[in-house]
Design a protein around this ligand. Structure first.
Ligand code: NCD
Ligand code: ZN
Length: 333
């Protein structure tokens, strides 16, 4: 059996910078029509000038691939004028609580100081993408952040707020409380729980932020995604780290899932008997929620097994060494 996906999108992606783009850009640009590019570089992408340079660097690796990088700025307090200038160049602004994840030290430490920027974003129709974790106990971080989401969603009812990479049953519920909330869901949070990370031998390749949660949480995510929840969008949060940063004391957080994202999504949707809902999850829901029209691009997936390499350059991918049932056969525009 084959399936054709129309303009699939990855709504949360880390491409990194410099030479790493040579690895990351083609992997995603071959499989997707577009992706939302996260701004947490070593020096965060926090000006129009840096954003332009970063987009040009990305585009220099996607020739002929009909791929649109949807750029984001790193949240800080921007003036009205800066926001007006940036508006047409960005999909949204990504907010990180300070120090909560990889390269987020310059994030927000006091939420009471950001009102003016949020008001301007609301007026200018610039979406707010949020890494929603407190600095509490690791398993409670997302739940503790729900109050912040509630407060933002109710005080800025016309601000489109995207709860990134959600992992808990409570967050799934919150989605239905406010019209202006959407969410991305990763592949790995649909597949693994904390047991897979630390329940047997420690798995650095599966360690990420937010950490995978309980079977009940995973079930709630799966239930929502596999019933075609219209506010849930695929965002891989593919976040490559080189081997020496993963296989060491002080392992970096991030799962590198870009090479396997679509084949594994096809597999889990097929296993649940709902392959017909995959198109909505990987494209239609995002197009509707963000009001975007990605480049026309068709991706043909076929049932032909392949073995995932153990490494792509020096990065170990999700499902390394395992055999997947679905392959990407071709893409055509
Ligand atoms: C991401 C990274 O490495 O940039 N890591 C992760 O575990 N997901 C940052 C992030 O999205 O939290
Ligand atoms: Zn991320």
């Amino acid at each position: 059996m084959d399936i054709t996906l129309e303009s699939p999108l990855d709504m949360h992606l880390h491409l990194r910078e410099g030479d790493t783009l040579d690895l990351t850009v083609p992997l995603t640009a071959d499989h997707f029509a577009g992706a939302v590019i996260m701004p947490n570089l070593v020096a965060p992408v926090d000006s129009l000038n840096n954003l332009r340079k970063y987009r040009q660097a990305i585009e220099s690796y996607c020739h002929g691939k009909n791929f649109r990088p949807y750029m984001t700025l790193f949240f800080k307090n921007y003036s009205r004028q800066e926001l007006e200038e940036c508006r047409e160049h960005i999909l949204g602004i990504k907010l990180y609580p300070a120090g909560i994840t990889t390269q987020s030290e310059a994030g927000v430490s006091d939420f009471s100081t950001i009102e003016k920027t949020l008001e301007d974003m609301q007026e200018l129709n610039i979406p707010l993408l949020v890494h929603g974790e407190s600095n509490g106990f690791v398993l409670d971080r997302e739940r503790e952040f729900l109050e912040v989401y509630r407060s933002l969603a109710s005080r800025f009812p016309d601000l489109h707020i995207i709860m990134e990479h959600i992992t808990t049953a409570d967050t799934v519920q919150l989605l239905d409380e406010f019209d202006n909330l959407s969410a991305t869901v990763t592949l790995h949070h649909l597949m693994i729980t904390l047991d897979d990370v630390i329940g047997d031998l420690l798995r650095p390749d599966l360690f990420c932020k937010p950490v995978a949660k309980t079977p009940r949480d995973r079930e709630a995510l799966r239930q929502a995604v596999f019933s075609g929840h219209p506010k849930l969008m695929f965002g891989s949060d593919s976040a490559p780290h080189p081997r020496h940063k993963k296989e060491c004391i002080g392992c970096a957080a991030g799962v590198f899932s870009a090479p396997v994202a679509l084949p594994l999504l096809a597999q889990i949707f097929e296993d649940e008997g709902c392959l017909e809902l995959l198109q909505g999850f990987v494209s239609a829901n995002a197009c509707r929620r963000y009001d975007i029209s990605p480049p026309a691009k068709q991706i043909l997936l076929t049932q032909s097994p392949w073995q995932v390499p153990h490494y792509y350059k020096n990065v170990s991918p999700f499902f390394a060494g395992q055999t997947l049932r679905w392959s990407i056969n071709s893409s055509f525009s």
